[in-house]
Design a protein. Sequence first.
Length: 429
Amino acid sequence: MEKVECIVVGGGLAGLSAAYGLAGAGAEVMVLERGDYAGAKNVTGGRLYVSPIRGFYPELWEEAPFERPVARELITMMGDGAHTTFELASDHLVAGPPQSYTVVRARLDQWLAEKVGEKGGMVVPGMKVDELLRKDGRIVGIRAGEDEIGADVVVVAEGVLRLLAEPAGLAARPDEKDHALGYKEVIELPAGVIEDRWNLNPGEGAAQLFLGTVTDGMMGGGFLYTNKESISLGVVVGMHAMKADGREIESHQLLERFKELPQIKPLVAGGTVAEYSAHAIPEGGIAKVPRLYGDGYVLAGDAAGLSLNALVTVRGMDFAIASGYHAAQAMLRAKAAGDFSAAGLASYEAALRDSFVLKDLETARAYPQFMEVPRLFRQYPTAVSRLFEDVFTVGPGPTPPLVKKAWRGVKRDFLRPSTLQDAWLARKL
Ligand SMILES: Cc1cc2nc3c(=O)[nH]c(=O)nc-3n(C[C@H](O)[C@H](O)[C@H](O)COP(=O)(O)OP(=O)(O)OC[C@H]3O[C@@H](n4cnc5c(N)ncnc54)[C@H](O)[C@@H]3O)c2cc1C
């Protein structure tokens, strides 16, 4: 059997980040990617938080093909017949090195694959791995069709579905309760139109999240990211929530309906749909992260459940890149020690525990449970709009004092036993 030092399964951000680190240090690495090119099959909403990963491979981020630095953050609460948008426009978001950029994965992943190649790593597109090979209890390589290739270490970065990791006993089968489904379109619009519609300086970008009627009250939300000459528009909904409500909504119906909402229609007017995609997202949080290493393997990125939906921030790509980086460092330490057993690779999980990846997931431990609160996705977005309606309304008779109007709304919609119960749960967020 042909043998290399390291096989990386999956040319997404986790796999490519691991390969870049390994190849850069002179290790022999082969990335096997089932898509026609790295990024061909990959879906994201569209915003990469670069601040957490800038320290890893700092030479990369200056020249990465990002779309726009995010200078405006918007959150829209969509109620029945009304919506409220909170908007933050801050120089601090883009002063100095921006904290986050919108991205198009087909572009970003292909570029990173080229960088791996420049460092001497091999990226093989169009190669689907069918099985992780085990011998005497340890992972010793992969099978792709008729080909078997051995490796000292396999970096399993196959993404969310774990079609290889689960049968090999490296991680549990994804449970629908811990996953959401995202549906997305890329809609082309001229740069000037994007800047006018989101009130942006030339070159700057906006990120907009939507809660409420967008998912018909189900766990989830909508997103919109402005790219250079397109927008990424999508809906994410909990798989469990969709089933529990017994709905028969097809993917295209959710997204189509979102686009038809009066709040969205003017934003996409005149645009041309260039791309449609659907993808699962791990949302189980830290409680569902499996053991990240074993004899001859490490798990990275979505395959390891490293993703975080914290309502106002959605992250996964920075975790994927960070886990790839730490996987490479652990593999290099194992190589130096000549020990590719679980003990030799244990420093991978230890490094992730010391880093923002597992620390942030630990901080956010309560989110998956909080996301189960049904009122979050219908009642509260409507209540917020009703509160502002009260505040802004001048009726036919005398107008009550502002604070009294607001307090009436708070008492009506927020000082209820169920809301106080939710607030109690929210204290851990
Ligand atoms: C709708 C949606 C919105 C999101 N929004 C954001 C966001 O705004 N910000 C953010 O940071 N994160 C976001 N995420 C999460 C983020 O996209 C993921 O966390 C990230 O892509 C994970 O990277 P990865 O490399 O682990 O997996 P992937 O990007 O899924 O890469 C896995 C790779 O493995 C390949 N592969 C799989 N099986 C095999 C096989 N058997 N053989 C060979 N190759 C294989 C695939 O083709 C793919 O290239 C979003 C996700 C979705 C779906």
